[in-house]
Design a binder for this molecule. Structure first.
Ligand code: OMP
Length: 274
């Protein structure tokens, strides 16, 4: 999906919600275990219930890879089930030397029809650029993550310099691609940095995880991160997909997605963006 189509989708739906598909066999309702592929059944029900309220889906690969071959099959079926109506993010956090990176890119962009993949920048430009060679496909680069460990390196000034690591990552990487094929991961748990990062890269989209289960605030993220193209995809995984744990789990997920997207619509209207 190209940038224009993504922006149209967001503005026409009045939502910048990304639903994280992080299914865990220990958490999905028991009655689904009777199906041949419980993970896919769970995802399909969540997708049916949420698709009108969100613009993107982000399956996190760990939840599929942990189940071996069956997990990969569930992922493949899930991505086909979503189809082309939504922006899709393979949350794989890949990063390796060039020829290996090309194979990772082929895995997600050719073998599976994902629109984007999360990539770690720390092996440098040759580990990221192979992902940027595919038309209408995106790199979602880790910049300032939502977890407490971001303090260990990302928020540190390295080697007596003046920049923090996440600042160097953004300043260096923003020339590798363009706002048409690169986004940045900025955690919702660190809203105080979003404004500064928006000033550094005014046009890029940010994928913002960390609202819901990790406690980040949608209002704070929007206040600091919106740009004239909206420029945000805000992800929530557990708070949506496990909003209900019984046979009405899909309805509960749909209600939670609807609630968040209604809040987003109000924000966009107030800012005059829709
Ligand atoms: O790349 C990510 O998506 C990501 C980056 C980050 O900084 N923090 C973060 O939580 N994530 C992912 O976003 C999702 C957050 O899930 P919830 O906390 O359940 O909403 C998980 O799939 C995480 O792996």
């Amino acid at each position: 999906m190209n940038r224009e189509k993504l922006i149209d989708l967001i503005k026409s739906r009045g939502s910048f919600l990304c639903v994280g598909l992080d299914p865990d066999l220990d958490k999905i309702p028991l009655h689904l275990h009777e199906y041949e592929d419980p993970i896919f059944e769970f995802n399909a029900a969540i997708i049916d219930a949420t698709r009108d309220h969100c613009v993107a889906y982000k399956p996190n690969l760990a939840f599929y890879e942990s189940m071996g071959l069956f997990g990969w099959q569930s992922l493949q079926k899930t991505i086909e089930y979503i189809g082309e109506s939504h922006f899709t993010i393979a949350d794989a956090k890949r990063g390796d030397i060039g020829n290996t990176a090309t194979k990772y890119a082929e895995a997600f962009f050719k073998n599976m029809a994902f629109d984007s993949v999360t990539v770690a920048p720390y092996m440098g430009s040759d580990s990221v650029k192979p992902f940027l060679e595919f038309e209408d496909k995106w790199v979602v680069l880790l910049a300032l993550t939502s977890n407490p460990g971001a303090d260990d390196f990302q928020l540190e000034i390295m080697d007596g310099g003046v920049e923090k690591l996440y600042q160097k990552v953004i300043r260096t990487s923003c020339t590798w691609g363009s706002p048409n094929n690169m986004m940045y991961v900025i955690g919702a748990t660190r809203p105080e940095y979003i404004k500064e990062i928006r000033a550094m890269v005014p046009e890029h989209f940010f994928l913002v995880p960390g609202v819901g289960a990790q406690g980040g605030s949608l209002a704070d993220v929007a206040e600091n991160g919106l740009n004239s193209d909206v420029g945000l995809l805000v992800n929530a995984s557990r708070s949506i997909i496990y909003a209900g744990r019984d046979e009405y789990f899909a309805e509960a997920a749909g209600s939670e997605a609807k609630r968040i997207s209604a809040e987003m619509k109000l924000i966009l209207q107030k800012k005059g963006l829709i």
